[in-house]
Design a protein around this ligand. Structure first.
Ligand code: SAM
Length: 249
């Protein structure tokens, strides 16, 4: 994972417990979770593991996939902390694998989560991967997709900015839905929204900018330079995302 994300995750983990982070997050998936089948969940690109922990807390077995060793180690520690704090076991199996080459030791899933992952890949890779993942989904299983929109600030403001070179594709709503064109799915939720990244916490975004500035620019801490860097980057830290939830017919 990009070092910049690791910095953000370090800040969040310093400020909050994993349970607080999970509780902070409210997404549209919460509306549909009552209708979920009683099969495992697959979370691809787990990040802080917010969704993995949320669905494990709800009693689902979760396959949590990521290819970042540092992050996986951190996540293992966080799971243990949670289990000690709440005296309950979370049924999470961490798979250190690289999307799109994912193999799950399970034949049926209730939900696949691909949150903030697909924009790191070209759209054809994503399309093929969805065809591959389809075999794990049964009637009424869902797939949750969250991606950067074409209107994302970094699509425009950051041309030539090294920090954003890993974003390979910015999506339109129709493009996300069309990924399922040849498959048998209903679109049950579509939205595009803008929010300050990744939590509506200006202070966290500022702290993130400052630490990136210090780490990447390798300048000494000079308040005026940091201030102008933060102002420029808070703009880039706002996220314009598309969320789509599909349900298999
Ligand atoms: C931007 S974070 C998203 C985290 C979380 N899903 C969320 O929405 O908050 C992207 C995550 O995907 C992981 N990732 C990136 N490329 C990957 C790949 N090819 N295979 C597995 N995980 C990957 C990164 O390590 C990181 O944890």
């Amino acid at each position: 994972m990009e070092r910049s994300y690791q910095i953000l995750f370090e800040i969040l983990y310093e400020k909050y417990s994993i349970n607080e982070i999970v509780e902070m997050f409210e997404g549209p998936l919460r509306i549909y979770e009552r209708d979920m089948l009683n099969y495992p969940v697959l979370d691809i690109g787990l990040g802080l593991g917010i969704d993995s922990i949320h669905f494990a807390k709800k009693g689902h077995k979760v396959f949590a996939v990521d290819n970042d060793d540092v992050l996986i180690k951190l996540f293992e520690i966080k799971i243990k902390e949670y289990e000690v704090q709440f005296h309950s076991k979370l049924d999470i199996e961490i798979l250190n694998q690289s999307y799109p080459n994912i193999i799950i030791p399970e034949t049926k899933l209730s939900l696949i989560i691909a949150s903030n992952l697909f924009h790191f890949f070209d759209i054809e890779t994503v399309r093929q991967s969805i065809i591959g993942l389809d075999k794990y989904l049964v009637q009424n299983s869902m797939i949750y997709i969250q991606v950067h929109s074409v209107n994302h600030p970094s699509n425009d403001l950051s041309k030539g900015d090294e920090r954003f070179k890993h974003f390979k594709h910015y999506f339109k709503k129709e493009e996300v839905i069309n990924l399922f064109y040849e498959l048998n799915y209903d679109t049950i939720y579509v939205s595009e929204y803008n929010k300050l990244s990744p939590y509506d916490e200006l202070n966290i975004t500022k702290e993130w900018c400052v630490r990136q500035f210090i780490e990447f620019k390798k300048y000494k801490r000079e308040d005026s330079r940091i201030q102008s860097f933060v102002e420029k980057n808070v703009k880039l830290s706002s996220e314009q995302c598309i969320i789509v939830i599909m349900r298999k017919k």
